[in-house]
Design a protein around this ligand. Structure first.
Ligand code: PHE
Length: 452
């Protein structure tokens, strides 16, 4: 059977309510929760970061997620097309916001494919029983050796091809089916790992670090990091959720879906923290190890645990599934753009985005080895892309999307898209989009740029 489409617009659609949640949560839950959140929390004071992050999700994240969903469903196009369709006549400038989003998605794919590739390597090492070789005294050399060599490039290519294979099959048969399969499995693995972690001797210290807020660690940069983390983790500000919103059936409840997605996403980040910090503390390791945290610290912990090989396989499998469903959604931003903007067929669009991702991913992978000395603003290509996208492009995109939804689109369209929902919830979302989100995002970014 063919993929399902909308009767009036022939837009592809997700086929079930479960599929909508699985795909959107699949996009949100990814390396951002399991790889990025713990190291950001580790370097920004644990509990303080968690609270700031939750505030950002509630007051800024959820409203912008709703905005993206409704722009997509009302416009039934990719981010550029939908913004253009909903903007008042002759104000094509809004399309530019869409272009910025597509650019941002393409930049994220590059480093996201690389880290997803690391996951495959660690899964492979665990499955072949070699976890001892990437742990203990070897762990640093093993990580550096692997990331600077050709294996890292190889796994990046595998990830990109795998993603291409899934998105090629379409919205319902590819994206929805893959998410329906992987997301429930991911939750089962997560719960098992949380239970295991809570039984460790150092669990209390780890939990204290994650949940106890030390407000002396609170600074302006904590807010930028927490906001950047909220945007990155919710996949918001670059059109991913607009594209997924354009695949929503017309009876999907937008505020409810956004709230479920944001709660599950935050829950997974907290669970990842609960898995990682007790282990870090019970084995006397450093919680602020940065991006290497889970790749250097966890194998070491697994190698000293009973049944460590199995736990290690479970963990990296979980990470792989989480990252695949996210990179699928990133690719879909580019693919939907090619299809809607240039009227290409799906096949040509998928091939083009896959080819781009191969080149960009490989360049990024090489920035740990042969291209390590090529510094831009003092950063390697990998670090620069991560920094610029989550600290600038996504917040700027989020700010403009909230202005668009709050001030530019016809108010009736907004109310219609957000209903049915309690009146209070609709009014609160509109209020936040108009007055709070743009100002808060601007202040946080300006503060960090100019340090006032
Ligand atoms: N939200 C994903 C994660 O947490 C990353 C992502 C960002 C996916 C932006 C799509 C768009 O890993």
């Amino acid at each position: 059977m063919a993929n399902r489409t909308d009767k009036h617009t022939s837009r592809p659609l997700f086929s079930t309510r479960f599929g909508v949640i699985a795909a959107t949560v699949g996009s949100a839950v990814g390396l951002g929760n399991i790889w990025r959140f713990p190291y950001e929390a580790g370097s920004n004071g644990g509990g303080t970061f968690l609270i700031t992050n939750i505030l950002c999700v509630l007051l800024i994240g959820i409203p912008v997620v709703c905005a993206e969903f409704m722009i997509g469903r009302a416009g039934r196009k990719d981010i550029c097309g939908s913004m253009q369709a909903l903007a008042p006549k002759n104000s094509g400038a809004w399309k530019a916001v869409g272009f910025l989003g597509v650019l941002c998605a393409l930049l994220i794919i590059a480093f996201y494919a690389v880290v997803s590739g690391w996951t495959l390597e660690y899964l492979f090492q665990s499955a072949t029983g070699k976890i001892g070789e990437i742990a203990g005294a070897n762990r640093h050399a093993a990580f550096e050796g692997f990331t600077s060599g050709w294996r890292c490039v190889f796994w990046t290519v595998v990830i990109v091809l795998l993603t291409g294979g899934i998105v090629y099959r379409g919205v319902e048969k590819g994206i929805e089916k893959a998410s329906n399969l992987m997301m429930p499995l991911l939750f089962v693995l997560l719960v098992a790992m949380v239970v295991n972690s809570l039984l460790m001797p150092g669990a209390a210290d780890g939990l204290r670090f994650l949940f106890y807020p030390d407000f002396s660690k609170l600074g302006a940069s904590t807010f930028l990091s927490a906001l950047g983390q909220a945007f990155f983790s919710l996949s918001v500000g670059l059109g991913t959720l607009t594209v997924y919103g354009s695949y929503f059936p017309s009876d999907t409840r937008i505020i409810k879906s956004a709230s479920i997605m944001a709660s599950l996403d935050t829950m997974v980040a907290v669970m990842a923290g609960v898995i990682i910090f007790p282990a870090v503390f019970s084995f006397g390791m450093e919680p602020a190890a940065g991006p290497k945290l889970i790749f250097e610290v966890l194998p070491d912990i697994f190698s000293r645990m009973t049944g460590g090989t199995l736990w290690s396989i479970a963990f990296f499998l979980l990470l792989l599934m989480a990252s695949l469903t996210s990179i699928i959604s990133l690719s879909e931003v580019g693919i939907a753009f090619c299809i809607d903007h240039w009227k290409w067929g799906r096949k040509k669009a998928v091939l083009t985005v896959t080819l781009y991702s191969l080149v960009a991913g490989i360049l990024c992978a090489l920035s740990f080895g042969p291209l390590a000395d090529m510094k831009i603003f003092g950063m390697t290509l990998f670090d620069l892309l991560d920094f610029v996208t989550s600290n600038f492009l996504m917040p700027i995109g989020g700010m403009l999307i909230s202005v668009f939804a709050g001030w530019i689109i016809n108010r009736q369209t907004v109310r219609k898209e957000l209903s049915p929902a309690p009146r209070l919830a609709v009014s609160a979302i509109i209020f936040l989009l108009r007055y709070i989100c743009p100002v808060a995002i601007f202040l946080v970014m300006a503060n960090n740029l100019f340090h006032f």
